[in-house]
Design a protein around this ligand. Structure first.
Ligand code: NAD
Length: 480
């Protein structure tokens, strides 16, 4: 059985404990590799390596730093097929999705921040006749990056790239549920000539490795993406230590559909925004609000289109949806579907797990599920399910839909479907979310701020926001 390794001080290493955890392929339910069961001892080694590397990395000429990040991007791109297959095998997502989205976007993340580091500038503020202030933007030192399983390499690189670009050294932990592409990335780092200790990847469990990163006194900033409960736990440890914190957390995103939308196009796009990656994207819309006058028409077309989605082997090009990431997560999603029924919901399509034949007979598959007839306040409509489950709710007017959309504790993203420009602006302004798409979904410009409000997080990633997060501002005044 293949055993993945940690990447510490430029080398692929065994965990200090010499013990490993099983890594499952969700499409088959079988263990296919093992990952290090690391602990705080590995984190300490990683920190030591990062600390030693900091002086040199933080003073490396920008052009050299840029070239290494570009080489990392090239290194992933050169091994595209291998990365694509690994991401799909580890996570259960269709291979065609990791080829179209996950891996190319990881490549873009490194290229984007390689370029950004050459253009990043800090402010100066002149006081006529008094003097001038200039602001230094200095790297923080050693920072921690912790990421989830749903878009494994994409979100891992989204943190690591700006952290390295700004001159920090990193102790990073990918999700224990999807460690493989982070392991491949460590091989790419070695091939690209990333100096020893600049990036360290420690595999293992959240409550051991993640916790040790968050608790480490020398790690001065934590960039975390994952669940809201985990974010809360991290904040409770890191905040009293005065660490800089960026928390990208859960969501329960509204999809708001007005009568004047282009209905055919909206149905098509909303199927994608609901069920891409088996609904396991933090930005997927899971509460679909439809203006009453088109409710019946939209519902009919939407259900028909969802019924035609093919759930199948992630390796097959005709699979629209693959496997749920783990057995535990599959059970969680199914329990929410049962809860929806108890709460009075009517299942319009799906609602069950799916048994496939052949290679995937023991995989974790769930039918895309649409539920109607639920109160907007019920648990199904308030809690994050993070799977292929959406609810349909009719609304009378703008005021009512905003009240329902904003009724949840989350505030990550929202989509609005309308051809009335003024209405689009009005609703976008009032909906409680960090990211709003109008007549579209998941269009990403890496320069834009990315993050949520309320229980969906604190801080923003993307563009200059990430460059600012990973630097400390120091103002210097000179008297004239
Ligand atoms: P999770 O919170 O269980 O785990 C995320 C990471 O945190 C993993 O690497 C895990 O090992 C680690 N971790 C767990 N406990 C820890 C602890 N005590 N200290 C430090 N680290 C710890 O989340 P998940 O199940 O992997 O991912 C799904 C969640 O992520 C969903 O809620 C989803 O909405 C959210 N998510 C948010 C965004 C966003 O940008 N806002 C993006 C993707 C996913």
């Amino acid at each position: 059985m293949e055993q993945l390794k940690n990447y510490i001080n430029g080398e692929l290493t065994e965990p200090v404990s010499k013990t490993y955890l099983d890594n499952y392929e969700p499409a088959t339910g079988e263990v296919y590799s093992q990952l290090p069961d690391s602990d705080e001892r590995d984190v300490r080694l990683a920190f030591g390596a990062a600390k030693n590397a900091f002086e040199s990395w933080s003073t490396t000429p920008l052009e050299n730093r840029m070239m290494i990040l570009m080489k990392m991007a090239d290194g992933i791109e050169k091994r595209m097929d291998e990365f694509v297959a690994a991401e799909s095998k580890d996570n259960g997502k269709p291979k065609k999705l990791s080829r179209a989205v996950d891996i190319p976007r990881a490549v873009s993340n490194f290229r984007f921040y390689a370029s950004a580091l050459q253009h990043f500038a800090s402010e100066s503020h002149q006081m006529p006749g008094v003097g001038i202030n200039y602001t230094l933007r200095q790297p923080i030192g050693v920072v921690g990056c912790i990421s989830p399983w749903n878009l494994p390499l994409y979100l891992f690189s989204w943190k690591i790239a700006p952290a390295l670009a700004t001159g920090n050294c990193v102790v990073a932990k990918p999700s224990e549920i999807t460690p493989y592409t982070a392991y491949l990335l460590s091989q790419v780092c070695i091939e690209a000539g990333l100096p020893k200790g600049v990036l360290n990847i420690v595999h293992g469990l959240g409550n051991k490795v993640g916790q040790a990163i968050v608790e480490h006194e020398g790690i001065k900033a934590i960039s975390f993406t994952g669940g809201t409960e985990t974010g809360k736990r991290i904040a409770s440890v890191a905040a009293p230590m005065f660490k800089k914190l960026s928390l990208e957390l859960g969501g329960k995103n509204p999809t708001i559909i007005f009568t004047d939308c282009d209905i055919e196009e909206t149905v098509k796009q909303v199927v994608t925004s609901s069920f891409s990656n088996q609904g396991e994207i933090c930005l997927c819309g899971s509460r679909i609000f439809i203006e009453k006058s088109i409710y019946a028409k939209f519902k009919e077309a939407f259900v028909a289109r969802v019924q035609s989605l093919k759930v199948g082997d992630p390796n097959n090009d005709d699979s629209n949806m693959g496997a749920i990431v783990s057995l535990q997560h599959k059970q969680k999603i199914l329990s929410y579907i049962r809860l929806a029924e108890e709460e009075g919901g009517k299942i319009l399509c799906g609602g069950n797990e799916l048994k496939l034949d052949g290679r995937c007979a023991n995989g974790y598959f769930i039918e895309p599920t649409i539920i109607e007839g639920l109160d907007y306040k019920c648990r199904t409509n308030q809690e994050e399910i993070f799977g292929p489950v959406v609810t349909l709710t009719p609304f009378e007017n703008e005021e009512e839909v905003l009240m329902m959309a904003n009724s949840v504790k989350y505030g990550l993203s929202a989509t609005i479907w309308t051809n009335d420009l003024k209405r689009a602006h009005r609703v976008a302004e009032k909906v409680e979310a960090g990211i709003v798409w109008i007549n579209s979904w998941l269009v990403r410009d890496l320069r834009t701020p990315f993050g949520g409000v309320k229980a969906s997080g604190v801080g923003r990633e993307g563009g200059w926001e990430a460059m600012r997060f990973f630097t400390e501002a120091k103002n210097v005044f000179i008297k004239s």
